[in-house]
Design a protein. Sequence first.
Length: 225
Amino acid sequence: MFWKLLAAPRWIVGGSLALVVFVGYSIGFKLTKEQLSWPEALLIGALGGVVVAVAVVLGLTMRRRELKAVGVDRLSPGQQAKAYRAAQKGQIDADPEIRAATLRIAEYRVKGGSRQKTLLVVAAVLVGASAVINLTAGSGRSAVLGLVVVAALVVLVVQLRTARRRAAELLNAAAGDAAAHVPASASAPEPTSTSTSAPGSTSTHAPSSSPSGSPDNGLSEDGKG
């Protein structure tokens, strides 16, 4: 379902999902745990909404940047969704245009996936360190919020790793399919011609003629040696 949201505004998508999670978490925690007060339940719901909003916005931003880098953003929203879905599932679409776009996405993920993963890991470490500092300083809410962001970044790292693995499998499958359809050579090279003359042709080793025009067969004119 995620690929269907590629063309939608990121903040609207993230905010809508965050609102749904906020309402659901708040009511759910209040009904299941009566000892919680409404402010506490609303706080839990807000944290859940923040996690969803951060994950969705970051995910859509990364995907759109990915599509733009390989030129897939020039396709229609429906074609972008098909190419992205094929790359996510590791499948090859029958449409040549979608197939080419899918392979470009897969190649980009294989080459640039490690850099994106490094950036996400560094961000998770920095945010985690900030959460620990806030926790030791007695700011529990800031620490919890930081841990929530770290959890969202970890989810993105896992998704990126899975997407890169499937992209590599897709490229290998496409390479094997292309090799299987390479046509064989039309014919073997012709053998080198020999010195044997065809029937009816003049031999290249005919006896030489004497200056008088008669064959030079080693005999004198009177027939004697």
